[in-house]
Ligand binder design. Structure first.
Ligand SMILES: Cc1ncc(COP(=O)(O)O)c(C=O)c1O
Length: 376
């Protein structure tokens, strides 16, 4: 055995003490190995159960991928295509290695020591972490009784030190979307010196669930302090390729680009997302399956006594009225990986990603068996 080196005296930054390691969904292979299971399904990371567009797979199988070459530094073609897709100039877009990587560079580009960033108590945990890593302070505003982001209280929390606000629609882990028109009303009241980072990682599902909702991209013309974050990881089924992007005023985008590590978006990621973007058929299949799976889960879980919140994403939040970590563990032993919630306000809830119809059935059967055990 190789002896461990002596403990180091090198101290990391104090800010790291405030950052929790990211809790990813448990990998399928690990669960199979640890528990000796043959069949394990993962409904824990909001991935697309159909996988990526078949056109992407076909491209990757046949293309000369030129992996020895650096990618296009500025992802020009991808930004050009995205610009045409969204109706904005390519200069307004910056791509990155997933939207989480962009969150970090956004915080580093705009937050200084002493600055504040406002966010909700129940939200994607990376917002608070990148704020702390930048040396700034997260100002945490509780979601309301319906688990909605409380936009009025967030506005009331603005101080001269506020530099940024994080909103998400739909929000993770709640699945709740901000009612139509409320983002615009929020921006009308937010001081223009405060950057509003609007995370719409699940936009495709929201637009499908609520056709009345308008693409927030149209708000950029009137609100130069708005930044929209999007990703190819969810509805486009490309989480493994790590491509996300931001859309903002060109000056804001240029500031973030200065901080970003060069070559952040791989050549394979750039090519695959340009193809995926135009596969409307695969997107329709994705959205239809999501709707069917969530409807079946909602009916099944409600029949088991759960409270299920309305969702506009590809996951739902279900209150199972018992400790979620313990229930997660028991479901794991039945080969079903879901996401327990540790935040004190939702400690009895599980976040469950939509699946294929077979996976949905497996989940409901495992849950029914566990709930029966719990009441017997
Ligand atoms: C609200 C939200 N934003 C961003 C992300 C991260 O997406 P990406 O894979 O682009 O980093 C997630 C992933 O779970 C999410 O739920």
């Amino acid at each position: 055995m190789i002896a461990s080196p002596p403990a180091s005296d090198v101290q990391h930054r104090a800010a790291l003490e405030m950052v929790c390691p990211y809790q990813a969904g448990k990998p399928i292979e690990e669960v199979k190995r640890e528990l000796g299971l043959d069949r394990v399904i993962k409904l824990a990371s909001n991935e697309n159960p159909l996988g990526p567009s078949p056109l992407v797979i076909e491209h990757l199988n046949r293309a000369d991928l030129e992996l020895h070459m650096y990618p296009d530094y500025e992802a020009r073609q991808l930004r050009h295509d995205l610009g045409a897709f969204l109706g904005v100039a390519p200069e307004q877009i910056l791509t990155g290695a997933g939207s989480v990587a962009l969150m970090r560079v956004i915080a580093d580009a705009f937050l200084d020591h002493g600055d504040e960033a406002i966010l909700s108590d129940v939200c994607f945990p990376v917002y608070a972490d990148v704020t702390r890593l930048a040396g700034a302070t997260p100002i945490v505003v509780p979601v309301d009784d319906e688990l909605q982001q409380d936009l009025e209280r967030m506005l009331a929390a603005v101080t001269p030190r506020t530099k940024m606000v994080f909103l998400a629609t739909p929000n993770n882990p709640t699945g709740r979307s901000i009612p139509a028109g409320d983002v615009e009303a929020f921006l009308d009241k937010l001081p223009e010196r405060v950057l509003c980072v609007l995370d719409i990682a699940y936009w495709e599902y929201l637009a499908h669930a609520d056709p009345a909702v308008q693409d927030p991209v149209r708000l950029l013309a009137r609100h130069p302090n708005l930044m929209i974050l999007r990703t190819f990881s969810k509805a486009f089924g490309l989480a493994g390729l790590r491509v996300g992007y931001l859309v903002a005023h060109a000056r804001i985008t240029a500031s973030v680009a200065r901080v970003q590590t060069p070559f952040s978006t791989s050549s394979v990621g750039q090519a695959a997302t340009r193809i995926a973007m135009h596969d409307a058929e695969h997107m329709q299949a994705t959205l239809a399956l999501n709707q069917a799976s969530l409807a079946a889960m909602t009916t099944g879980l409600t029949a088991l006594g759960a409270h299920v919140w309305p969702t506009a994403a590809n996951f739902l939040l279900a209150d199972m009225h018992q400790d979620s970590v313990d229930l997660f563990d028991r479901l794991l032993r039945r080969g079903v990986i879901v996401r327990p919630q540790r935040h004190p306000r939702i400690r009895t809830t599980l976040r469950i990603t939509s699946g294929t119809l077979d996976q949905t059935q497996v989940l409901l059967e495992a849950m029914a068996a566990e709930i029966r055990v719990a009441v017997s």
